[in-house]
Ligand binder design. Structure first.
Ligand code: 1HA
Length: 271
């Protein structure tokens, strides 16, 4: 793909777009792409841009270099109540990014080469699809390094792999290879590292050929099953959007703007 570079102004990430695909790359290979608060803020900003860009239909998350997708929170900037930014303020802002990925109405694909560990593992799980390279390594480390993600990191993991496996992954902090991950239902497919981007782009192109509105409604429907009232809000937001697209919905608006009573009489009542 002929990627156009939009990385200017970002320090910790690279941001590219091509043919309806946006690609957000964590660019901290010296620490296996661990994230600090700035990294997360930049990922949020790029994801927001990709969401608003009507030319973009799918978003890829990945890590720079073939060795790591993301190794979680940068333990070297971990303070006593969160991860420190340049001003010394403590953050757990990756939780906001997780919600942003889930509520993004466009599919988000994790393209995983190398380590997806700790908070980096949770990030790939949150994404709609995961394409893993054969060298991918998955696992949680929280109980080893004095952390845990009891939110999506626990409950959504259990939805993906079941309760027994989720407890094993969190309680033992083992590492799993790509084949294990595929068997557990943690990833969608495993491909040779050299083919990782090619296959990911192929999957993206398949989605781009399909109805964006159908994908949008399906994502919110699948979210709604897990996300309680917030999930229903998302799903219902799409119902409202569809209603706005109908003549029946538009009659209400027109009547108000034209200062007359609405006439809904021509709209049938389906059984
Ligand atoms: O749990 C949460 C949260 C929960 C709730 C709310 C918010 C949360 C936010 C974040 C997190 C977490 O992510 S906690 C889990 C944090 N991550 C980890 O515990 C993984 C730490 N890294 C490792 O275990 C290993 O590096 C590795 C299994 C991924 C790879 O091992 P390997 O191949 O032996 O490489 P290694 O030599 O360890 O790493 C290469 C360099 O990268 C080292 O740099 P050096 O010290 O030699 O200069 C290493 O320190 C650095 N590095 C790797 N991971 C991190 C890191 N530096 C800072 N933070 C890291 N996470």
């Amino acid at each position: 793909l002929d990627w156009t570079d939009f990385s200017s102004g970002y320090e910790d990430i690279l941001y590219h777009k091509a043919e309806g695909i946006a690609r957000i790359t964590i660019n901290r290979p010296r620490v296996h792409n661990a994230f600090r608060p700035l990294t997360v803020m930049e990922m949020q900003k790029a994801l927001d841009d990709a969401r608003r860009d009507s030319e973009v239909g799918v978003i890829i998350f990945c890590g720079f270099g073939g060795k790591a997708f993301c190794s979680g929170g940068d333990q070297k900037v971990r303070g006593d109540s969160g991860y420190k930014d340049d001003k010394g303020v403590h953050h757990l802002n990756v939780l906001d990014l997780q919600r942003q990925i889930r509520t993004c109405p466009k599919p988000v694909v994790a393209m995983v080469a190398g380590y997806a560990i700790g908070g980096g593992h949770v990030l790939h799980m949150i994404c709609d699809l995961t394409i893993a390279a054969e060298n991918a390594v998955f696992g949680q480390t929280g109980p080893k390094v004095g952390s845990f993600d009891g939110g999506f990191g626990a409950s959504y993991m259990a939805r993906l792999v079941g309760q027994k496996k989720a407890r094993e992954i969190w309680f033992l902090c083992r590492q799993y290879n790509a084949r294990d991950a595929l068997d557990m239902g943690l990833v969608n497919t495993v491909v040779p590292l050299e083919e990782l981007e090619e296959v990911t782009v192929e999957w993206c192109r398949d989605m781009l050929r399909n109805s964006p509105l159908a994908l949008r409604c399906l994502k919110s429907a699948l979210n709604a099953d897990c996300d309680g009232q917030a999930g229903l809000q998302e799903l219902a937001g799409n119902a409202t959007m569809l209603f706005y697209m109908t003549e029946e919905g538009q009659e209400g608006r027109n009547a108000f703007v034209e200062k007359r009573d609405p006439d809904f009489s021509r709209f049938g009542r389906n059984p």
